[in-house]
Design a protein around this ligand. Structure first.
Ligand SMILES: C[S@@+](CC[C@H](N)C(=O)[O-])C[C@H]1O[C@@H](n2cnc3c(N)ncnc32)[C@H](O)[C@@H]1O
Length: 159
């Protein structure tokens, strides 16, 4: 099973609030985003956002340029459905972050909770960093929450 199949299976077989990384509210992420002191028009991408409710809270707070990017179309569909009519103001993009094509300097804030640590191949990490460097504007903010080197060896059954 490849990575995409793995994640599609996760999101088709588990309720979004039953996965081990579920958060009712992504409080720490919200706090870090607020700490940037950027306006509500800040361009924010949630990389590997999955079914995270971060986007719900950002929409509710009035942010207007939001992108949720994920490998799993199922996860994006679940999140879109949950947001209902508010889903239309969000850019939903299905793809692999190591191959994504974003415009230069597109984002003010790059947010990733629990995606980077799946990139166990150095070439994938390099591709990820290249995308950060080109798509986050100079002076922008990069928020990455990932396992520490002495953290768990696996997440969602993947190394
Ligand atoms: C552990 S979940 C975290 C989801 C979300 N960030 C949260 O905090 O609830 C990891 C997410 O990363 C996505 N993912 C894994 N590898 C990816 C890749 N190469 N490109 C884009 N998304 C990826 C998965 O589909 C999944 O939604």
């Amino acid at each position: 099973m490849d990575n995409k199949q793995h994640w599609e299976q996760v999101y088709t077989t588990k309720a979004s609030d039953s996965v081990s990384w579920f958060q009712e509210h992504a409080d720490q992420s919200l706090r870090l985003i607020h700490n940037t002191r950027l306006g509500k028009d800040a361009a924010i991408i949630d990389v590997g956002g999955g079914t995270s409710r971060l986007v719900d809270d950002l929409v509710a707070e009035g942010y207007t340029d939001l992108t949720v990017f994920d490998l799993s179309s199922t996860a994006l569909a679940v999140a879109r459905q949950r947001l209902g009519k508010h889903a239309d103001i969000v850019h939903w993009i299905e793809g692999d972050i190591t191959r994504a094509k974003f415009p230069m300097n597109r984002f003010d804030i790059w947010h990733d909770r629990a995606v980077f640590h799946f990139l166990t191949d150095p070439a994938d990490r390099h591709a990820y960093v290249e995308r950060v460097l080109s798509s986050v504007r100079p002076g922008g903010h990069v928020i990455v929450a990932t396992f520490a080197e002495d953290g768990p060896e696996k997440c969602s059954g993947l190394p």
